[in-house]
Design a protein around this ligand. Structure first.
Ligand code: AP5
Ligand code: MG
Length: 209
């Protein structure tokens, strides 16, 4: 499967990707996770990205396109990949098309996980993640990860003001990709405001899995 997961912040892209990884072991390429790892490691990329991320703004296209292009060269992606949070601007989508056509590995689908913005503000301000294993949960999980016992933490960008800016940025810069992928006949829309396992059943059906 060569797929793109589209959807607003908090729509459940990471949650659905984790389910696909667990069942099919497909490489999960999340630009947000890659950037957070770079920030935590204090690399040059992390230093460049942090202020954009904390404000809920997009990191410049050239930085992100370079990151994903490099990742797609790695051999584990030859049999499939799940792109999560990329592309999120028109130049990123065009660059991805060019790279995949060079590699001879076209996209199979762009799955839009569709959730109302008001639902999202609540979801994101109560999201907690595991520092050790990356498990995505909620504040109801408490301070320790139910999967590995690691420390649960709140992302710096999961406060209400930043979430609202992320939603605005999504509307302005990323939502035009819905029409872009519809035009390529790759778009599949899935109602993401249901139990995550119900959403996942639809994801698999959409991908003929
Ligand atoms: P990124 O990490 O990609 O964040 P995002 O797009 O804002 O998306 P999220 O990770 O917040 O949400 P999600 O859809 O993965 O939801 P999740 O499954 O966690 O990007 C962060 C930042 O990095 C950007 O703001 C930008 O600065 C930068 N960046 C990244 N990529 C970039 C790019 N390509 N170009 C430029 N800049 C880039 O779920 C959320 C919560 O909801 C969880 O608590 C979960 O348990 C819960 N949940 C999930 N599904 C359900 C459900 N069905 N029902 C109820 N609750 C659910
Ligand atoms: Mg995510």
């Amino acid at each position: 499967m060569n797929i793109v997961l589209l959807g607003a912040p908090g729509a459940g892209k990471g949650t659905q990707a984790a389910k696909l990884v667990e069942e099919f072991n497909t490489p999960h390429i999340s630009t947000g996770d890659m950037l957070r790892a770079a920030v935590a490691a204090g690399t040059e990329l992390g230093l460049k990205a942090k202020s954009y991320m904390d404000a809920g703004d997009l990191v410049p296209d050239d930085v992100i396109i370079g990151l994903v292009t490099e990742r797609l060269q790695e051999p584990d992606t030859a049999n499939g990949f799940i792109l999560d949070g990329f592309p999120r601007t028109s130049p990123q989508a065009v660059a991805l098309d060019a790279e995949l056509s060079k590699l001879g590995r076209p996209l199979d689908a762009a799955l839009l996980i569709d959730v109302d913005p008001e639902v999202i503000v609540n979801r994101l301000t109560s999201r907690r993640m595991c520092r050790a294993c990356g498990y995505i949960g909620t504040e109801a999980d408490g301070p320790t990860c139910p999967k590995c016992g690691g420390e649960m933490y709140q992302r710096d960008d999961d406060n209400e003001a930043t979430v609202r800016n992320r939603l605005d940025v999504y509307e302005k810069s990323t939502s035009p990709l819905i029409d872009y992928y519809r035009g390529c006949e790759l778009l599949v829309t899935i109602d993401g405001d249901r139990d995550p396992n119900v959403v996942y059943a639809d994801v698999k059906e959409a991908l003929n899995l």
